[in-house]
Design a protein around this ligand. Structure first.
Ligand code: UD1
Length: 416
């Protein structure tokens, strides 16, 4: 299994380009199932999760062509509306095929994702929404089996804000008969990007980005071309990496507008951040100040940046309190950070991080995607060498990670 070796202590500096957003690309690629005409996507990141989804779509009968960051999908010949356990267990976001399949083909069989490292993560809200739209849904033998001649527009309310739940139901509603209103909708920029793509395909959607989304169902969608938005979590991760090393970087192909809550915290920590039209500059101070935070749905602080901030707080001046309100078990990086010398106490969904003067390199284990990112950040500032094991998590969500870090001057190497 690949490992990543980081020699800490380099100030990051320079410029790198941010890739397309994984969490926008995943639902957007699934949207191609809604039409029999080819759809072309640009700025699609080359990540393992994207490869997994494309394989899943191929298994269903979608024709996939891919050239660098451009992917064209032709779902005219879909003959197998099934997502098997083998595929879904490697990537939970496979559940995003459920809404489009039921909407276009009137039937889908999608494996239940099961738990994952960071929590139980059920999909009951996705199911409840489809039922409210008239689908007959059975959960049997670990599979969600949904059937309906044609979905009917409905008023939907989700018990909690769910990102992929909102996306699944929004896609399903595009081909439903009549109007669907999704209340308590997720406001994440990735939901807006998906809505923009669907509108380019002929969908009638208003309100995406707010907590009430209205969709007027149409009989069919058509082909289109869509550019995937920049990855705000990749952006935030490199900002943290630069900040903790007292570095100075410019990230291009991205936008500060998706990152208000994160940039706000980085500024509180003492960084200078400048937003440009399609780029962000950051200059880190000699030592960061500790910043407390609480994760919540967008536009509040993202759970996907919590681990990275725990790493920077570990060496910041002062004590911070981190509250995780989205997932029940998302502090696994804390014990690994402790192996590097961090002083972190966990009590339920709260972590108290006392900044230490320095971390020391050690061997640590990545447990999930963003936990891995936090270990990299810690490794960059730790004294000596840090070895990160199980980095396959990183390959799921960070495109050309070593190349980008090296371009900023980090001493990092992959051991195969
Ligand atoms: C998405 C993101 C993930 C991010 C998360 C929260 C993608 C592919 N993934 O995941 O990176 O960390 O949003 O911002 O976009 N829940 C239920 N029942 C449901 C659905 C959700 O109980 O039917 C709960 C979840 O267990 C969790 C909370 O709601 O506690 C939010 O989850 P959700 O927004 O659905 O996360 P994902 O869409 O899976």
């Amino acid at each position: 299994m690949d490992k990543l070796l980081i020699e800490g202590g380099t100030r990051l500096s320079g410029e790198i380009a941010i890739s397309g957003a994984k969490n926008a690309a995943l639902p957007i690629l699934c949207a191609a199932l809604l039409t029999k005409e080819p759809v072309t996507f640009t700025n699609v990141p080359r990540l393992n999760d994207i490869g997994t989804l494309l394989r899943l779509l191929e298994q269903m009968g979608v024709k996939v062509s891919r050239d660098a960051d451009v992917v064209t999908l032709d779902a005219s010949g879909v003959d197998n509306p099934v997502a098997s356990y083998e595929m879904v267990k490697t990537m939970r976001a496979s559940i995003l095929v459920l809404g489009p399949l039921v909407a276009r083909f009137g039937e889908a069989r999608v494996s239940l994702p099961g738990g994952c490292a960071i929590g139980a993560r059920p999909v009951d809200q996705h199911i409840k929404g489809l039922q409210a739209m008239g689908a007959e849904v059975k959960v049997e033998h670990g599979y969600v089996h949904a059937k309906v001649p044609r979905l009917k527009g409905a008023r939907l309310f989700t018990d909690m804000v769910t990102v992929t739940g909102t996306e699944n139901l929004m896609m399903a509603a595009c081909l439903a008969d009549g109007e669907t209103v999704i209340e308590n909708a997720a406001r994440e920029p990735e939901v807006v990007d998906l809505a923009n793509c669907l509108v380019a395909m002929g969908a009638r959607i208003s309100g995406a980005g707010g907590d009430v989304i209205r969709i007027q169902g149409v009989d069919a969608l058509h082909g289109a071309t869509h550019r995937v938005m920049p990855d705000r979590i990749e952006t935030g991760t490199y900002l943290c990496a630069a900040a903790v090393t007292g570095g100075e970087v410019r990230l291009t192909g991205t936008s500060a507008s998706y990152l208000d809550s994160v940039i706000d915290k980085l500024m509180d920590a003492g960084c200078e951040v400048t937003a440009e039209r399609d780029a962000i500059r950051l200059k880190g101070p000699a030592r960061l100040a500790a910043v407390s935070l609480r994760t919540s749905p967008y536009p509040a602080f993202p759970t996907d940046m919590q681990a990275q901030f725990m790493a920077i707080n570990a060496v910041a001046d002062g004590t911070s309190i981190i509250r995780e309100t989205i997932f029940e078990n998302r502090f696994m990086h804390a014990v690994e950070l402790q192996r590097l010398g961090a002083d972190i106490r966990i009590d339920g969904n709260t972590a108290v991080v006392k900044g230490v003067a320095k971390l020391e390199g050690a061997t640590v284990m990545a447990t999930d995607l963003r936990a891995s990112a936090s270990l990299i950040i810690a490794g960059l500032v730790a004294e000596g060498e840090t070895t990160i094991e199980r980095i396959y998590h990183l390959d799921r969500g960070y495109e050309r990670l070593e190349e980008k870090l090296s371009a900023l001057g980090a001493r990092v190497r992959r051991l195969r």
